[in-house]
Design a protein around this ligand. Structure first.
Ligand SMILES: [Zn+2]
Length: 114
């Protein structure tokens, strides 16, 4: 398995474990179950085409990336690293997992301080 992919999956799983499981079922803004083509860092999950357009914190994702994010959250630990995605998906996952975890950790850190 690609090293970047392993790291991305790990980061998404870690974010979930510390209480920031992204919503991957429907649009976090309007509840739509279709055209979920954006991931919102700010709102912790997927956004549909229309809602994503007015959110500056979104990252566009492909279907393979969406599948990988779901897998990272829901797969049993033993099977976590037993799948693969296309090359361009790895780049999307790398970016999302990095920005997402950094943003959430920052929140945890600020919370601990006060
Ligand atoms: Zn929406």
């Amino acid at each position: 398995m690609d090293k970047e992919l392993v790291l991305a999956i790990f980061k998404i799983r870690l974010a979930s474990l510390i209480g920031f499981t992204p919503n991957v079922k429907d649009c976090v803004n309007c509840g739509a179950g279709e055209s979920l083509v954006y991931f919102s860092i700010k709102n912790n999950g997927l956004k549909c085409e229309a809602c994503g357009k007015i959110d500056k914190s979104v990252i566009k994702i492909s279907e393979a990336t969406l599948y990988a994010i779901k897998y990272a959250i829901m797969a049993p630990a033993k099977k976590l690293y037993s799948f693969n995605v296309p090359e361009d998906s790895i780049e999307e996952l790398r970016l999302i997992s990095k920005v997402y975890l950094e943003e959430k950790l920052e929140k945890v850190y600020r919370f601990e301080k006060f």
